[in-house]
Design a binder for this molecule. Structure first.
Ligand code: SAM
Length: 326
């Protein structure tokens, strides 16, 4: 088992399969993004070797992310390999949904358990503005295909940005009345290189909740304690689905963080919002013994930062979100 020096058991690995993306969300990357050459990214066998290594250290949960994981070649084979890794109990994926209409079924067949689909608004024009060119119809078709393929429960991720979509929380929350989905509203986190968005454009979970309650009535805590992973979950009275809030900025949940992130270039990052990183791919390519790689991982885990420093004005500068994997 891998524990950090604060006693947190780290067992959840987010693997970024690529930094490439078929959208350019304003909070995630700059408009003119230069993507990494394929040779610099983990190859399929390297992804599986590192997954095995993490599984041997007690990691049991994997989420695929990016960039956009669905643009990765051989995705179904990678999913199949990860799902078959001894010790891995669940494989899920965060995606923008653009390619899901085609991929949902083969991915479910390969062992993918479920997906989180990013959708920040139901308004096609705003969607286009937030993603810099996306077509919301593709995402909608992807969500329905995911549900039909059994990738359930469907969870939608909405990043809320002041001046762009803070009013849209109401229409998104309304979706849960008739559908057994979970809509998770995420406070925008600032990345220095991403855009000119500032911390001032983060909309707090409290404000989002208030907007929803003013329009749709009181939100009651769903589940005991109202927590689902990092989301505080609530229900609109009589609704089939849940509304969740991820308050990474206004009320960080670092104390219960069990995550590590492997970037597409094989770098282990122990906190999304801290620059501390450990390179695993270079030693793997140089022929390092698995025992030495294990030690690198255990050291990195031990040194996992307690939490982020947004409250003190510390913003990650070395990578934008799309280069880490959310
Ligand atoms: N391309 C995929 C997608 O759109 O879901 C996966 C990668 S994306 C980086 C993963 C998640 O991070 C998405 O839900 C996205 O909305 C969220 N995200 C990206 N930039 C963010 C930011 N600055 N603050 C908060 N969440 C962010």
């Amino acid at each position: 088992m891998a524990y950090d020096r604060f006693g947190r058991k780290i067992q959840y690995l987010r693997i970024s399969l690529t930094d490439h993306c078929n959208l350019r969300c304003i909070y995630c990357m700059p408009g003119q993004m230069t993507f990494r050459p394929t040779a610099e990214m983990m190859q399929d066998d390297e992804v599986l070797t590192l997954t095995r290594l993490f599984a041997e250290l007690g990691f049991s949960k994997v989420r695929l992310t990016g960039g956009e994981p669905s643009v990765r070649a051989n995705l179904a084979d990678i999913v199949r390999g990860i799902a078959a890794t001894q010790g891995i109990r669940s494989v899920s994926m965060t995606t923008n949904g653009i390619l899901l209409a085609k991929l949902a079924k083969p991915l479910a067949g390969a062992g993918l358990e479920r997906v989180n689909v990013s959708l920040d608004t139901l308004d096609p024009a705003k969607f286009h503005r937030l993603t810099r060119f996306g077509d919301i119809e593709d995402v909608w078709a992807g969500i329905l295909a995911a549900e039909a393929a059994g990738l359930k429960p469907v969870k939608l991720n909405a990043v809320v940005v002041r001046g762009y979509n803070e009013e849209d929380v109401v229409d998104l929350a309304r979706l849960t009345i008739d559908r057994p989905w979970q809509i998770r509203f995420i406070e925008m986190m600032p990345f220095a290189g991403a855009t000119d968005l500032q911390l001032g454009q983060t909309v707090s979970a409290n404000e989002m909740k208030l907007r929803i309650e003013q329009a749709l009535g009181p939100l009651d805590p769903a589940r005991e304690g109202g927590l689902d992973g990092e989301a505080n979950v609530f229900k609109i009275f009589g609704a089939k689905g849940d509304v969740g809030f991820i308050s990474s900025v206004s009320a960080p949940f670092c104390a219960s963080c069990t995550r590590a992130r492997l970037t597409s270039d094989g770098i282990l990052r122990m906190c999304l919002l801290r620059e501390y990183e450990v390179d695993l791919l270079t030693p793997l390519r140089q022929g390092a013994a698995l025992e030495d790689l294990r030690s690198l991982v255990l050291d990195a885990v031990w040194n996992k930062p307690w939490g982020h420093g947004l409250a003190g004005g510390e913003i990650p500068r070395n990578r934008v979100m799309s280069e880490i994997g959310g």
